[in-house]
Ligand binder design. Structure first.
Ligand code: UDP
Length: 483
């Protein structure tokens, strides 16, 4: 296992963002959890330190926990390509989709268990009784039976799910169920994701959150946004003289974007004035990059309002270890792009973002989201959709599919526009056109979106919910008085 080293971040910065009452309540909860967790470690185990929503959330949440005085740590499991092929298949199944259509049978179970057994040996070397272990997602569920023996208090948090059950969802749960039987608590992102066999008394719903101060979401002024995007090769120059492409790193130290994105495009990068429609995601079939591209072709067909262009961006596929499909999806997107008529292709840019420096990657994503005229997330399925929250916090107008957790974030017509049927490309194109042509509407939706995130989707709320969960688990596992 790899331990990801984390700094500590102070909560003080939230004061100006919250009401006095909410801030005071948070401080009280922080003091209580520090006391409760004294001498205990809050372990978090997942399968990747970069790329994807879970890693994105863990980093700040754990740093704030450490800032509160809780010994929160992060371990990343190790696995080979075969293991991650099985877990990716499971990931798709829980999203209700077939993925590569491969089996989830005894051979896959053996691959899964063998890898996790090796990881468990290392994990058990660290974990002590009364520690709290948060296992994230299907990749780690098979660690649970090993941990039960160590006397740790376990929580399995599943960040994905499907609104309705189907054959694939059942197949996924059937595979995972044997590992979950002794876990005392589960966390899901939506009520609809709680599987039928799960004791509802053990399940909590905790919605994901973002950190407003992370490199991904911190305020960047316009000149800095421009310096970052021109410097990374995403916008046409010249580089602004006076403003360097700088940001604050996760650990509070200064950072500078020096990386270049690799871009597949026909001509020059878009100019600063070009309205950009942007989707940023992992290269995953469920993010439907192909659909975004085809839908955008429909926008261009009618004469793209104000000469809008599309940027599809994701992590450089060579870098993301737990996502073996990335390369295939990226290649398929490139191939489909090549087949488009030149007038359409000319307006579409395929971007591989460098991931060697996680903070710099985040700063580029931040700048891209801030500069977008419209952020789209045309997912076919979405556990929650952090990219949506990120764009909303930046006051962007969002066009997204009404799937999964996106429905909990956006009320269509109020904080963004939702497409009821994610495969309806005409509706998607119409929504994009509407926003491109109506700046007032885009501004109104963006402003409401930011408020929604302030109220509901900042890490403060998330940490309080974790604190309550740990409190409940402690109460439930405390020996009966008098026995
Ligand atoms: N992301 C990133 N760099 C990239 C592409 C994506 O940091 O090159 C981030 C994105 O900003 C978001 C996360 O990856 O924070 C994706 O989370 P989301 O919930 O949208 O989807 P998931 O990947 O968890 O399915």
């Amino acid at each position: 296992m790899n331990e990801i080293h984390l700094g500590a971040r102070s909560f003080d910065r939230f004061e100006p963002l919250l009401s006095a009452e909410r801030y005071a309540q948070t401080l009280r909860a922080a003091a209580a959890i520090q006391l409760r967790m004294r001498g205990r470690v809050l372990w978090n185990v997942n399968s990747s330190a970069v790329g994807g929503g879970v890693a994105e959330m863990l980093r700040p949440l754990l740093a704030y926990s450490r800032g509160m005085g809780v010994d929160a740590r992060w371990l990343v499991i190790r696995g080979d390509a075969e293991f991650f092929r099985v877990t990716k298949r499971l990931h798709h199944a829980l999203h209700g989709s077939r993925g590569d259509g491969s089996a989830l049978g005894e051979d896959e179970r053996r691959i899964y268990e063998d890898t996790l057994r090796d990881n468990a040996v290392e994990l058990l070397g660290h974990v002590q009784p009364r520690d709290v272990v948060l296992l994230h997602d299907p990749q780690t569920a098979g660690l649970a039976p090993h941990l039960t023996r160590a006397g740790a208090i376990q929580v399995w948090r599943c960040h994905i799910g499907h609104d309705a059950t189907n054959e694939e969802v059942e197949r996924g749960w059937q595979f995972l169920r044997p590992y979950l039987s002794e876990i005392p608590a589960f966390v899901f992102s939506r009520e609809a994701y709680v599987p039928i066999f799960c004791d509802h008394g053990k399940a909590s719903v905790i919605q994901p959150s973002i950190d407003p101060f992370s490199p991904k979401n911190q305020e960047l002024d316009e000149a800095t946004v421009r310096a970052i995007l021109v410097g990374a090769g995403l916008l046409d120059g010249p580089l602004p003289d006076a403003t360097p492409p700088i940001f604050e790193r996760e650990d509070g130290t200064p950072g500078r974007v020096e990386q270049h994105a690799e871009v597949i495009r026909l001509g020059r990068p878009p100019s600063w004035e070009t309205p950009l429609v942007v989707q940023i995601s992992r290269w995953d079939p469920l993010k439907d990059f192909l659909g975004v591209m085809r839908g955008f072709a429909g926008v261009v067909d009618g004469g793209a309002p104000a000469g809008a262009e599309l940027i599809l961006a994701g992590p450089d596929v060579r870098a993301v270890a737990d996502d073996p499909e990335g390369r295939e999806v990226f290649d398929a997107v490139v191939e489909a792009w090549r087949a488009l008529p030149e007038v359409v292709r000319d307006r579409i840019h395929l971007v591989s973002l460098p991931t060697d420096d996680v903070d710099a990657n985040a700063a580029i994503v931040n700048a891209l989201q801030r500069h977008a005229a419209i952020v789209v997330q045309k997912s076919l399925q979405e556990g929650f959709g952090l990219t949506v929250t990120e764009a909303m916090w930046k006051g962007r107008a969002v066009v997204a599919s009404a799937v999964g957790g996106i429905q909990d974030q956006i009320e269509s017509g109020v904080q963004g526009l939702l497409i009821k049927d994610p495969t309806d490309l005409d509706a998607f194109a119409a929504a994009v056109r509407r926003l491109l042509g109506d700046a007032d509407l885009a501004d109104r939706l963006g402003a409401a979106a930011r408020e929604r995130v302030r109220e509901q989707f900042l890490g403060v709320r998330h940490l309080l919910e974790y604190a309550h969960l740990i409190e409940r688990l402690d109460d439930a596992s405390a020996p009966d008085e008098g026995s």
